[in-house]
Write a protein that binds this ligand. Sequence first.
Ligand code: AMP
Length: 360
Amino acid sequence: MGVVGAGQLGRMLALAGYPLGIRCLFLDRSAMAPAAQVAPIITGELEDAARLAELAARSEVVTFDWENISGAALAPLEKLTLVRPPRAALEVSQDRMSEKALFSKLRIPVAAHAAIDSKEELVSAARKLGLPGVLKTRRLGYDGKGQFVLRGQGQIDEAWAAIGGLGLIYERFQEFSREVSIVGARSAQGESVFYPLSSNYHGGGILHYSIAPFANAGLERIARTYLKRVMNALAYVGVLTIEFFVVKGRLVANEMAPRVHNSGHWTIEGCVTSQFENHLRAICNLPLGSTRALGHTAMVNFLGNMPDRARLLAVDGLAFHDYGKEARPGRKLGHCTILKSRATERNLALADVLKSIQWT
Ligand code: AMP
C-alpha cells in the first residue's frame, strides 16, 4: 500500500497492516517522519510528480495520511493504480464551502455561513448572519489554525488583521453542549460499518481528549444516517469521519475528514477492529471488521510535550502511543487510551491521567 504523507496516522496504519500481511510504503519529506520509523519511505516532496508516480508504481493501492495533497497532484496516479478514498472526497473536504454545500445538499444541518473575500463582505455577513461568529480560512486550516472568533462588530479590524484575505468563510458561532464525531468505513461493494460516537473536548481548537462510546442512541442513529449519506454520495472507499456540534439536542455538521481521525484513536484498544485496520480492509477489498466496543474508553492527546511515561503506564488499562516526533508547542506527539469495563472506572482513571498532562 502506498501512503502519501508519513505522519502519525500513517504510522498507526502501517502498524495495523503488519498482522494482516499488508506492507506500507510512504512518501514524505523526512526519513525521520513518524511512519518512516516503522516502514519504508521514498523521500521527496509530497506533490513531486515523479515521486508520486514511483509510489504508485510500487503499490497496489494508494491512500494518504496528508489530506491537503491537491487533486491535480493525485489525478495522474489514478491511471497507474487504485487511489482510495476517491479524489472527489478529498477535494470536497479541502474547502469548507464545498464541504458545507455537500452537507446541505444531503440535508445534513450546518451552521449559517457565507464565503468571505473582503472586509466589506465580512461586515455584511456579520450583520446578516449575526454575532458571535467564527472567521476561518476555507482551505488548509486544521486544529483551530486560521480561525478567529468574532464577538462583536468592533473586532472586525482585529480579525481581518489576523487572518484577512481571500478565501475565507464566516460561520455563525454554535452554542454547543458538546462536540461528537462519528467514524465509519465503506467498502468498494458499498458495505458500511460505523463506530460508536465519540465525545470530544477541544482547547484552542485542538482535540484534547475524547470519551467513547458516547452512549446516546438517538444522536448515534442520526450521525450514522448522515455519514452513510455522505459515503454513498461520494462512492466512498475507506474510513470517513464527520465532526458535529450538538446544539439543543440536534447534530450540526462542522467538518468531515476523508481519513482515519484523531477522535477514532480509541478504537485501537477500544474496539474489536480499529479504524486503521478497517481503513486497510476497505481499501484492500477485504471484509470489514466488527466495530463493537470492548468497554469504556478515554483517549488523551499529548500536545507539545510528552508526559511521564512510567507514571502513565502505572495506570491499569492504559495503552501508550508515542509518535516519535520532536516536541514543539501545539504539536501532536502521542496519545494514551484508557480502557475500562465500567464508565465510572474510566472517568476516575481519566481524571487521574489528566493530572499528569499539560497541553502546551
Ligand atoms: P475546526 O477546525 O472547524 O474543526 O474547528 C476547531 C474547533 O473550533 C471546533 O472543534 C470547535 O471547538 C471550534 N469551532 C469551530 N467552528 C465553530 C463554530 N462555528 N461555533 C463554535 N465553535 C466552533
